[in-house]
Design a protein around this ligand. Structure first.
Ligand SMILES: NC(=O)c1ccc[n+]([C@@H]2O[C@H](COP(=O)([O-])OP(=O)(O)OC[C@H]3O[C@@H](n4cnc5c(N)ncnc54)[C@H](OP(=O)(O)O)[C@@H]3O)[C@@H](O)[C@H]2O)c1
Length: 338
């Protein structure tokens, strides 16, 4: 087993290699893989280690592509280590979004078999390895058959952001003639929330930058520029985490759904304040895949980097100014449509 820190032009990183090597799991069954791990000290390490073994009701996916999301960057920066959501001394894998091919199944898995192309959400912050890896293990209840209208790069942009949008809308219930404002409407989560909300019958508006107006309107929403009107909407899904400013846009007694569970704005004027916490849901993901294949949901990619350039992908994300996800290509199948 070996590992080495990724030194990037954008982050002068001093990785604690000893800590990383001590904690990497030894689960090899005669097969090794590369995986990106972090100590949460702004480091990324490319490690060589044994592939994870699927337990009961779990499947192992040979990863073709894994998207880069804010949660990965936040984990690398140590936000969750500092919050105590990840043990401070713990080395963890990165990557929640995966597209690939089932490689092995654990006991009791009946529906899925090796060779099937799938997408999945690998949820959880403190796994020793995750989707930025040659192989990842997820519960069988987390997977759905891959879309047939896009390659693994496009498919990998779907699970985390679309499931978050779907589950936030579930929290808001039936629209019943209500109005909804989605902030961050051109972002990863917001970009899925707009068409999903419009499809459910919400009168939906999207708050976004001026340059995103066309995207918002094409998604079936009215466009709202960066300062929302006060006390106007029945509900807000605040993916831009504007907090009190977004809350101010809600009518008395309305609903606020945030994306940061630990720091929502204080409830005022009878507005109910909650936050979505995304969880894996293979059935919901299958519905989202169907919507992609029907052309109702669009996947957006900013570009790709090979797995070993994960640090460059994080830097590209942090520079901002792009729409769609940066995606790590892990195998030569990343650009193939299943
Ligand atoms: N709780 C959960 O389960 C869960 C799940 C998924 C994501 N999240 C969180 O949700 C948040 C959004 O995720 P994401 O993937 O959608 O991020 P994203 O792709 O970066 O999208 C955020 C969008 O908000 C826009 N924005 C930010 N401030 C704005 C402002 N003042 N006015 C107009 N637009 C503004 C950004 O525009 P610019 O790029 O121009 O700044 C960007 O388009 C992140 O904090 C993420 O960690 C939480």
């Amino acid at each position: 087993m070996g590992s080495y820190a990724l030194q990037g032009a954008y982050f002068p990183i001093e990785s604690d290699i000893d800590t990383v090597e001590r904690q990497l799991p030894s689960t090899s069954k005669g097969k090794d893989m590369q995986a990106i791990v972090t100590t949460g000290d702004n480091d990324l390490t490319l490690a060589e280690l044994g592939v994870p073994v699927p337990g009961p009701q779990e499947v192992r996916i040979a990863v073709d592509a894994a998207a880069v999301n804010p949660v990965d960057v936040q984990t690398r920066r140590g936000i969750y280590h500092q919050l105590g959501w990840i043990d401070r001394s713990r080395v963890v894998g990165l990557g929640w979004d995966v597209a690939g091919r089932i490689d092995a199944v654990g006991d009791g898995v009946g529906t899925w078999s090796p060779g099937t192309y799938v997408v999945a959400l690998h949820d959880g912050l403190d796994s020793p390895t995750a989707a930025y890896a040659g192989y990842v293990v997820v519960p069988e209840s987390a997977i759905a058959a891959a879309p047939t209208s896009t390659d693994a790069v496009g498919a990998a942009t779907l699970p985390l952001n679309a499931l978050t949008a779907m589950q936030a809308l579930d929290m808001l219930g039936e629209p019943d003639g209500r109005t909804l404002l989605v902030t961050g409407a051109a972002g990863g989560v917001g970009g899925f929330a707009l068409p999903l909300a419009a499809r459910r019958g919400w009168a939906v508006s999207g708050l976004a930058r001026g340059e995103d107006e066309e995207f918002v309107r094409a998604s079936g929403a009215l466009f709202v520029s960066t300062t929302p009107p006060a006390r106007t909407f029945d509900a807000v899904f605040d993916t831009a985490a504007l907090g009190a400013q977004a809350l101010d846009a809600i009518r008395d007694g309305g609903r606020y759904v945030g994306v940061i569970p630990s720091s929502g704005p204080p409830a005022v004027r009878g507005v109910e304040v909650t936050a979505v916490v995304v969880h894996h849901d293979g059935e919901g993901l299958a519905e989202l895949v169907r919507l992609v294949d029907e052309g109702m949901l669009a996947v957006r990619t900013a570009g790709t980097f090979p797995l070993e350039k994960a640090l460059d992908a994080h830097a590209a994300f942090e520079r901002g100014g792009t729409r769609g996800r940066w995606v790590l290509t892990v195998s030569e199948n990343a650009r193939s449509i299943p």
